[in-house]
Every structure is written in structure tokens, then in C-alpha cells.
Design a protein around this ligand. Structure first.
Ligand SMILES: Nc1nc2c(ncn2[C@@H]2O[C@H](COP(=O)(O)OP(=O)(O)OP(=O)(O)O)[C@@H](O)[C@H]2O)c(=O)[nH]1
Ligand SMILES: [Mg+2]
Length: 354
């Protein structure tokens, strides 16, 4: 297996470079935005495939009529992307924009085309836990969205990276809200501070000054309840911190978008999606990000703290939306041909982020 990185201004340019250099069998293993601008895509390819691709580039042999007969029928990328978006309940206007963006790309890989289309329309901005580089993160959202679990997952990730960590909870309202987090922080040997009001939160920020990763768990808020939101607004004014919306996947598209808009009004710019392992329709997430102009950061695909979080990038999101290729049973004959439509009609997307 050979790994190679490509740097380009946009995701679609980088994908084109990957295909040209490594061929269609290259697997995208990571994408990230570069600090100075542009994106870096790391792709892996088997040595044999790489040799084949190099031979293809150098020979560029003229095509014979006999070769054409053995070729797989051309994949209609737009059709496969359109099918996937339809299956995920992506609202028509947004789906149309994504199909247009995917169609303009020179690739016959629908996942890469959808990835590039997502990249052109959405912002992906994963959470960093660099030493001393981040503001405290305040996890906000509707009740039961996963805020407390995410606080534990982020704390665990930072501890594993040997960062200093401070966890603060403001959830003194719900019975058991504090105990749930205390159980996690005890295991991780991380200090947990409980605060009751914005002044106390200011004080807790002061106490944690210089700590690499500071996380604040909050009580669930009803986005349509003025008192709830005023309360949260006062909390967010306690100090310089970034609110992160913790939103479960699988909600009704318009409902999720309205919720996100209510939190956006309090200054939220990034959303962390949870329960991706429990959702089969991701259209609501896309509409939410578009309407509230919110960036995707990380994603949760498990209820277990140990299974952590995954940075959500365009290709990972596209893979979640694409149908999984069925594996032929051992010894079964390979089908003579497979059309894009057949591929799209197979099983639902995998619930793991590759
Ligand atoms: N399967 C799965 N379960 C999740 C995920 N994220 C959260 N959960 C579960 O969702 C439930 C609620 O999670 P919490 O972390 O308590 O949610 P919360 O937002 O803190 O809830 P409140 O404090 O009541 O507002 C728990 O049972 C979690 O284990 C996820 O990504 N996958
Ligand atoms: Mg909670």
C-alpha cells in the first residue's frame, strides 16, 4: 500500500490530481484544510494498482474496438448522485444544486463527485485540540442531543493526546445531569467544575486559563422557548468561548434547520452531528447546514465514549450517503456488467465513517 498526499486550492482539483496520479482505485484516507489556504488530500493505493496506472499514463495506447466490449458501461455520475440525495430526503432545490456541482466534475466516481459537490457548498471545520490554541467550547443544543456524551468524548480525546483538560458543567437543572459527566471525568482523572450561573462560569474560565482544552456541558434548551434561550445567551456572555451546536442526525429537515437558526442567533457557527449510526436519512443535516450557514465539525457514530469522534470531511460525508457495494459471495460469478442505477438501488449507506 502506498500513501501519497496532494495539495490543491479546492477539493475538486485535489481529487482530480489523485485520480490522475493514482487511478480510480485510490482510496481517500484523509482530507484536511491547510492553514495557509487550500486542501490536502491523502490517498492510498495498492502497489499493483499504482504500477498499472503508471503503465496506463506512459503508454496511453490507442483504444481498439475489442477493448470496448470488455469495458464496464459508463457510470452516469449525476444519476447515482441524484438517487443518493433522493434516498436521503435532501430537499429538491438543494439536491439540484448539488447535482449540478457534481456534474461539473471530471470524474466517474459518484462518491468523489458528491464529496466535491458537498465541499463546494458546505464548510467543514473540524475541532482542533492544539496545545493552548483553542477557546473554551460550550456544547449547546436541544435536550438529549448528546452534549454530555460529546463533552466526555472530547475530554477523552484530549487526554489521549496528552493535553491538559478542564471540564465544566452548567447542567445543575436536570436530575443526574452532573453525575453522568462526573462518572466519565472520574475515570479519566479530569477535574470537573460545576457552575450555577454566568458569573461562576466566568470564574471557572479564569481558573482554567492556560488549560489546553476547556469544555462546558450545558443543560438542554428548547430553541423555541424565549426564557430558555435568554438563559443560554447570558451563559454564553460569560467569557470568550465558542458555542458548538450538538445536533442529532435524522431529524426532520425543516425542524432541524429551524432549531439551528435559533442557536445561530446566539452566535453558534459550527455544529457537531451525533447519532450518525442511528440515522438513515441525512438530508436534514444538509438543509440545516445550508439554511443556518453552519460549518460541520466532528461527528459521533456511537454511544460509547471510547469510540470517540470523527472529523467530518466532504468525502466522509459523501461515503455515508452513497450506497454500499454488495460483496459477491465467495465463488460467485462476477456479474457481466452493472449499471449505475443498479448500484444505487442496493443497500443503504454504511453507518461507519471510513
Ligand atoms: N448511538 C448513539 N447514541 C448517542 C450518540 N450521541 C448521543 N447518544 C445517546 O443519546 C442519549 C443522550 O445523550 P446525552 O449526552 O445525555 O445528551 P444531552 O444532550 O447531554 O442530554 P440533556 O443533558 O438531557 O440535554 C444517550 O443515551 C447517549 O448515549 C451517538 O452518536 N450514537
Ligand atoms: Mg447532558
Amino acid at each position: 500500500m502506498r500513501l501519497k498526499s496532494f495539495h490543491a486550492k479546492t477539493m475538486s482539483e485535489a481529487m482530480k490530481m489523485v485520480r490522475q496520479a493514482l487511478g480510480d482505485d485510490a482510496i481517500i484516507v484523509a482530507t484536511r484544510e491547510e492553514e495557509g489556504g487550500g486542501v490536502r488530500v491523502t490517498a492510498a493505493v495498492e502497489e499493483d494498482d499504482l504500477l498499472m496506472q503508471q503503465a496506463r499514463i506512459t503508454q496511453a495506447a490507442p483504444r481498439h474496438v475489442e477493448d470496448e466490449e470488455d469495458e464496464e458501461p459508463e457510470i452516469d455520475v449525476s444519476e447515482v448522485v441524484a438517487d443518493a440525495l433522493h434516498r436521503h430526503g435532501v430537499p429538491a432545490a438543494l439536491a439540484e444544486q448539488l447535482i449540478d456541482a457534481a456534474a461539473g466534475l471530471d470524474t466517474d466516481d459518484p462518491t468523489l463527485a458528491l464529496g466535491a459537490a458537498l465541499d463546494s457548498m458546505f464548510t467543514f471545520s473540524p475541532l482542533h485540540d492544539k496545545r493552548g490554541a483553542t477557546k473554551p467550547l460550550v456544547l449547546v443544543g436541544p435536550p438529549g442531543g448528546g452534549k454530555t456524551l460529546i463533552a466526555a468524548k472530547l475530554a477523552a480525546r484530549a487526554v489521549l493526546k496528552k493535553r491538559s483538560v478542564g471540564v465544566i458543567t452548567t447542567d445543575t437543572v436536570r436530575a443526574g445531569g452532573m453525575e453522568q459527566l462526573a462518572a466519565f471525568t472520574r475515570v479519566m482523572k479530569v477535574k470537573l467544575v460545576t457552575v450555577e450561573d454566568p458569573d461562576a462560569l466566568s470564574g471557572a474560565f479564569e481558573v482554567n486559563r492556560g488549560v489546553d482544552v476547556v469544555l462546558v456541558d450545558t443543560a438542554g434548551r428548547n430553541p423555541y422557548d424565549a426564557e430558555d434561550m435568554a438563559d443560554l445567551k447570558a451563559l454564553l456572555a460569560a467569557g470568550e468561548a465558542e458555542p458548538i451546536l450538538v445536533l442529532p442526525a435524522g431529524l426532520d429537515a425543516m425542524e432541524a434547520a429551524d432549531m439551528a437558526l435559533a442557536f445561530k442567533a446566539l452566535g453558534v457557527r459550527r455544529m457537531l452531528v451525533t447519532r450518525l449510526d442511528m440515522a438513515r436519512r441525512l438530508g436534514g443535516l444538509l438543509l440545516t447546514a445550508q439554511r443556518a450557514r453552519m460549518a460541520f465539525c466532528d461527528a459521533s457514530v456511537s454511544s460509547k465514549v471510547a469510540e470517540g469522534l470523527t472529523p467530518l470531511n466532504p468525502v466522509a460525508l459523501a461515503r455515508l450517503m452513497m450506497p454500499v457495494e454488495e460483496k459477491a459471495p465467495r465463488g460467485a460469478a462476477k456479474p457481466a456488467s452493472s449499471s449505475s442505477k443498479k448500484k444505487a438501488a442496493r443497500s443503504p449507506s454504511s453507518r461507519t465513517i471510513p
